[in-house]
Design a protein around this ligand. Structure first.
Ligand SMILES: Cc1cc2nc3c(=O)[nH]c(=O)nc-3n(C[C@H](O)[C@H](O)[C@H](O)COP(=O)(O)OP(=O)(O)OC[C@H]3O[C@@H](n4cnc5c(N)ncnc54)[C@H](O)[C@@H]3O)c2cc1C
Ligand SMILES: NC(=O)c1ccc[n+]([C@@H]2O[C@H](COP(=O)([O-])OP(=O)(O)OC[C@H]3O[C@@H](n4cnc5c(N)ncnc54)[C@H](OP(=O)(O)O)[C@@H]3O)[C@@H](O)[C@H]2O)c1
Length: 251
């Protein structure tokens, strides 16, 4: 294999952490340009006679190294089935420059912000929450993490740090969809907004005059949640046409 192509930089794997059979975090050292919380890079590896690259959001805040990525092994997924075999010291290539507009500077001011994620869509919110911006701009912050199984409720320690940082202002709502467990809602995000359970549990209401909502992960969750929120009078936030709903689809 001939070495890295133009425009890519070499990164070196520091660690691959395994949360469950299929859920991982990858730590990489690489020289890249500054990025904003919520942005993503691309990871690529040579597979057969081709390079395969995919976008991955940063979990680490912009001022912390190593770079950190949270990913799920997709059955038959070309890249993730290779990422899971990485060892410390292995090479992986990245882009020198990061991309993406799923950043807080794109989100209008409001009293409250809701950060709603499925699966690995949690990552960009962790990066944002480790910067000062959400804490300076929003009175109340609610983080919702929706996963299939309780074991996939990753980063609980880091999230506990946010709870400790701002008791009362920050709330975490875990949701599990494919098993019943104590103290965790067994549901999907849109249904719990529709029937009022999420707001009751989070002790905060959602409305166009006081809420901003960011959605990240499964595109069906993003679509279905937007449609429920539109029923509440919230609108998509676009450049030049501010609204309350900012989204990032992972596929
Ligand atoms: C802007 C952006 C940021 C992304 N950030 C991340 C990230 O931080 N972590 C991450 O794991 N993935 C992320 N993805 C998805 C990632 O780029 C890959 O698609 C994914 O890792 C699977 O790669 P693959 O080559 O194994 O399979 P692919 O051929 O790329 O995907 C096959 C199928 O797997 C499913 N799938 C893909 N990604 C996910 C996912 N994250 N969770 C559940 N099902 C999925 C979809 O049905 C997809 O069609 C992001 C995608 C985009 C567009
Ligand atoms: N053994 C295996 O090989 C195995 C097992 C499981 C998953 N997988 C694969 O792993 C990937 C899934 O990863 P993942 O579980 O992190 O992500 P995911 O499939 O996006 O699921 C994450 C959460 O999103 C929810 N969700 C799905 N559609 C939604 C919608 N329209 N509205 C609201 N919420 C919705 C899911 O609920 P629901 O549970 O109700 O869908 C789940 O709670 C897929 O590629 C899948 O094929 C593999």
């Amino acid at each position: 294999m001939i070495g890295g192509g133009m425009g890519w930089v070499k990164g070196r794997v520091r660690e691959l952490k395994r949360w469950t059979e299929r859920l991982f975090s990858l730590y990489v050292d690489a020289e890249i340009e500054p990025f904003r919380a919520g942005q993503y890079n691309r990871l690529r590896l040579p597979i057969g006679d081709q390079w395969v690259g995919r976008p991955y959001s940063y979990v680490n805040p912009p001022d912390r190294r190593p770079l950190e990525f949270h990913f799920v092994r997709v059955p038959e997924g070309p890249l993730t089935n290779r990422l899971v075999h990485l060892q410390p010291g292995d090479e992986v290539e990245l882009m020198p420059r990061s991309t993406g507009l799923f950043t807080l500077d794109q989100v209008p001011d409001a009293h409250d912000i809701w950060l709603l994620a499925t699966g690995t869509g949690l990552g960009p919110f962790l990066s944002m929450l480790e910067t000062d911006e959400p804490w300076e701009r929003f009175e109340n912050i609610r983080l919702v993490h929706s996963v299939r199984l309780a074991a996939e409720l990753s980063y609980r320690d880091r999230i506990q740090g946010f709870i400790d940082r701002a008791p009362g202002r920050f709330g975490y709502v875990p949701m599990v969809s494919r098993e019943i467990c104590e103290n965790v809602m067994c549901a999907r995000i849109p249904a719990t907004i529709e029937d009022g359970r999420l707001e009751a549990l989070a002790a905060l209401t959602i409305g166009p005059g006081h809420s901003q909502v960011m959605l990240c992960g499964n595109p069906e969750m993003v679509r279905d949640t937007q449609s429920v929120l539109k029923g509440r009078g919230l609108r998509r936030n676009r450049r030049g046409q501010p609204g309350q709903i900012t989204v990032e689809n992972y596929w």
